[in-house]
Design a protein. Structure first.
Length: 116
């Protein structure tokens, strides 16, 4: 629906046409857009808001990289999870090795050692 509409105005917070919304949303307001639906003959006012803010940095690994994962001997559930992902155990280094894409966003990602 919004793809077919034309956007004629893209306003930054504080510009004329955004003041009431700036009072309502404060620093969360990113921009205001006026969209026009010619088939229905209506104008829509849309807003873009910040809904979450958290620290971010570039990732150290790419999806295809093989990364080490440190899991203790007594952590059987995590070891079993790595086996299901077909991770490789290195007895010399006492680390599991698995493609990063398989553990991105999981508990296992937090177990990648800082330095090897």
């Amino acid at each position: 629906m919004l793809k077919e509409m034309k956007t004629h105005c893209h306003l930054k917070p504080g510009q004329k046409g955004t003041k009431r919304l700036l009072e309502q949303y404060g620093k969360s307001l990113v921009c205001v857009r006026y969209r026009y639906d010619e088939s229905r003959g209506i104008r829509l006012k849309t807003v873009e808001l910040i809904v979450e803010e958290k620290p971010w940095g570039p990732t150290r690994f790419k999806d295809g990289d093989i990364v080490p994962v440190l899991v203790g001997y007594d952590e059987t559930e995590l070891r079993e999870q790595l086996r299901k992902l077909r991770a490789r155990w290195s007895p010399e280094e006492k680390l599991w090795f698995v493609p990063y894409r398989l553990i991105r966003g999981t508990e296992l990602e937090k177990r990648i050692p800082e330095e090897r």
